[in-house]
Design a protein. Structure first.
Length: 474
């Protein structure tokens, strides 16, 4: 049987949604967190900083280890170098005649003496080679020893920074995930309100057809339904945008269909007292601890710059093997030497003093940032505690208000069906019910986000996330 083109196109159109649906990935909060940790660029950069720090530690230790150097050279003179030197032939001849004249062997004859002068002569052989092995060991260099400590502190700084970035990622994912859940919940509430209005419209139409209600009541309900439809569309758009923002945070392609599962539920957290939370923030907050470690690095940099004032003592030893000839048949020899080298700068135009001064200023700047960050953390903890207290006191009242609004809506419907109520009562009751539900879900969302912020401020990070990053992303 051969299918015609319209049927094939219809089947293609029907299969597209099925394909998209089959590719949709549903994320829980934990799934979203691990996906973000896997794809987050800042975390990857922080991991590279750790690798860089580990390499720096190895490099710093390398400066304290012996250094072994091998050098070798082979040279061939195309034209030998010449130098002016006394004429040895004249000198030897004159000396010989002088002895013979002085001893009376020959009668003195001044004409026998040759004039003394110099002539260009070469003392180099055409070919030569030399190879040398030298071992050098630093016995004392303050900059080297301080550099080892500084590199280890820098590594600690990189590890603490990874915790800070991971904590920030968790907060961002929590905020985006619950924000998407909030948008979906608000859409559900509005869709429920629209359904209530549509059900009410069906009832009113039935009553209108029986002549029991006026056309005005029917028109009122129709207007209410049509006013709700655009709001539903707006919230559908908000859900789409919230998912797009979450996909961006998780590092997922925007063309990938995703959904999330979960509920914004209220679980009252038992929080320590304000002073305890503030103490946790100033002792465990990752960004603050990063600054504290950075200050240690700054202090080490001061010591490294001051190391220029100190001497350097180095032990060395070398072995040489060399030879030379005019015909490639080398006459070889070897030599070896050991010794100590001492060096100390006496004056460098105040450059060392200025470098130390700059390092001290950098440390003071870090101190100011530390103080400012600590004040900010204290303020934020207090602010979040006040926010949590306010939201917590509202939630119970809002829960009761939702139940009252549901009961009021039911009564308004019953009264209208019995002919004792009005459409205005139903409309108002539906509005109050929707408002109560929105206030409840918004308050619970605010509570959840405030808790997440407080955990981030106090450095509350589950080790499983750092372990996941270290095991799966390194």
């Amino acid at each position: 049987m051969r299918l015609n083109k319209p049927i094939i196109e219809l089947l293609f159109i029907l299969l597209i949604p099925m394909t998209i649906f089959s590719q949709k990935t549903v994320y829980t909060l934990d799934d979203a967190v691990y996906k973000a940790l896997e794809n987050n660029k800042d975390i990857k950069i922080a991991l590279l900083d750790i690798k860089k720090g580990e390499a720096a530690v190895s490099e710093a230790f390398g400066y304290a280890l012996p250094s072994v150097d091998l050098t070798a050279s082979l040279s061939h003179f195309i034209k030998k170098p010449m130098m002016a030197f006394p004429d040895f032939a004249s000198m030897l001849g004159n000396a010989t005649y002088s002895i013979l004249f002085d001893e009376g062997v020959l009668p003195r004859d001044e004409d026998k003496f040759l004039p003394m002068g110099s002539k260009l002569q070469s003392f180099a052989q055409t070919n030569s080679f030399e190879s040398t092995v030298q071992v050098t060991q630093i016995l004392f260099n303050s900059a080297v020893f301080r550099g080892i400590g500084a590199s280890q502190i820098y590594l600690d700084l990189s590890k603490e920074n990874l915790k800070a970035v991971t904590s920030k990622t968790l907060l961002d994912v929590n905020t985006a995930f619950y924000g998407t859940l909030l948008a979906k919940e608000l859409l559900t509430i509005l869709e429920s309100s629209l359904k209530n209005a549509e059900d009410n419209l069906s009832n009113v139409k039935a009553l209108y057809n029986q002549g029991l209600v006026s056309e005005y009541d029917l028109l009122q309900v129709e207007v209410q339904v049509e006013n709700l439809r655009p709001k539903v569309i707006d919230l559908q758009k908000a859900v789409f945008e919230a998912k797009s923002g979450l996909k961006l945070l998780l590092g997922i392609d925007q063309n990938t269909e995703i959904d999330i599962t979960g509920k914004i539920t209220y679980d009252e957290a038992i929080l320590p007292e304000e002073e305890i939370l503030i103490n946790q923030a100033v002792t465990r907050n990752f960004e603050l601890n990063t600054l504290k470690i950075k200050r240690n690095v700054d202090e080490e940099m001061i010591a490294i710059e001051r190391a220029d004032y100190w001497p350097m003592l180095t032990a060395f030893g070398n072995y040489s093997y060399a030879g030379s000839s005019d015909d490639w048949k080398f006459n070889t020899y070897n030599s070896s030497i050991v010794g100590l080298s001492f060096s100390m700068n006496l004056f460098r135009g105040t450059r060392t003093a200025r470098k130390v001064e700059q390092a001290v200023i950098a440390t003071k700047q870090t101190d100011e940032r530390l103080a400012l960050t600590q004040e900010f953390l204290t303020k934020e903890v207090k602010s979040k505690l006040i926010e949590l207290t306010q939201v917590r006191s509202q939630i119970n009242a809002i829960e009761r208000n939702v139940k009252l609004a549901e009961k009021a809506y039911s009564i308004a419907n019953t009264r209208y069906k019995e002919g004792t109520g009005t459409q205005l009562e139903i409309k108002n009751a539906d509005l109050e019910l929707s408002t109560a539900k929105v206030n409840r879900i918004q308050s619970i969302y605010d509570y959840k986000i405030a808790i997440s912020n407080l955990e981030q401020l106090t450095g509350n990070l589950d080790d499983k996330y750092i372990d996941y990053v270290n095991k799966n992303l390194k």
